[in-house]
Ligand binder design. Structure first.
Ligand code: FES
Length: 129
């Protein structure tokens, strides 16, 4: 089943790539029109997730190269830098509460969907815009 992956940017749904371009269990980095880098993942269950590509601990744009996994029932992505683990659903870091710059250790998440109807990691547009 193919389709187009779309991100909700706060105003509307923006197509970002073909779903065929995503490999289950892997991520891709997407550059938005306003210059944000977003990591988009297709998990092995077919769910889509979109989070900031910037790792708040290293400052590097590497989350899209992170490793998907789980802690208990929580689907996770581990940053390839220092291996911090983030909840794929809300972007919260499960290892540390605070990033080195003093801000809360979390990745912003974005609503993402496929026109083929693949369920999104989020059920409604995020208010954290
Ligand atoms: S400092 Fe690396 S896991 Fe928290």
């Amino acid at each position: 089943m193919s389709g187009t992956v779309e991100l909700f940017d706060g105003r509307g749904w923006t197509p970002v790539c073909d779903q065929d371009a995503l490999t289950p269990g892997r991520g891709v980095a997407v550059l938005t029109e306003d210059g944000r880098q977003i990591a988009v993942f297709l998990d092995r269950a077919g769910g889509l997730h979109a989070l900031d590509n910037r790792d708040p601990f290293s400052g590097a744009y590497v989350i899209s190269r992170g490793i998907l996994g789980s802690r208990g029932d929580t689907p996770t992505v581990a940053s390839p830098m220092y291996k911090h683990v983030f909840d794929l659903r809300d972007g919260r870091c499960l290892d540390e509460e605070t990033a080195p710059d003093g801000t809360p250790a979390m990745l912003r998440t974005y609503p993402v969907r496929s026109t083929a109807g693949t369920p999104s990691g989020l059920s409604s547009p995020s208010e954290r815009v």
